[in-house]
Design a protein. Structure first.
Length: 81
């Protein structure tokens, strides 16, 4: 099953297309948290502190644990006027 990772708005420009991380990769790379997912997908790109993160459509922080079947989304903060 794995984890589906989505990037929105300028995060998509920075990171590219959405990704699926297979169950095998989760185990091989010891991916257990949102931060681990970012490190796996980012190829050395630093994550800004104001990037918003959601797991299964609920806001979380980077230390949140993930499990097989989760959907993780990264997007820039929204500003309004």
């Amino acid at each position: 099953m794995g984890i589906h990772v989505k990037f929105f708005a300028s995060m998509r420009d920075l990171m590219g297309d959405d990704r699926d991380i297979s169950d095998e990769i989760l185990k091989e790379q010891a991916i257990n948290s949102v931060d681990d997912i970012w490190n796996y997908c980012a190829a050395g790109k630093e994550r800004s502190a104001n990037v918003l993160i959601a797991v299964n459509m609920g806001y979380v922080d980077a230390q949140t644990q993930v499990k097989n079947g989760d959907e993780v989304a990264f997007f820039p903060p929204v500003t309004g006027g």
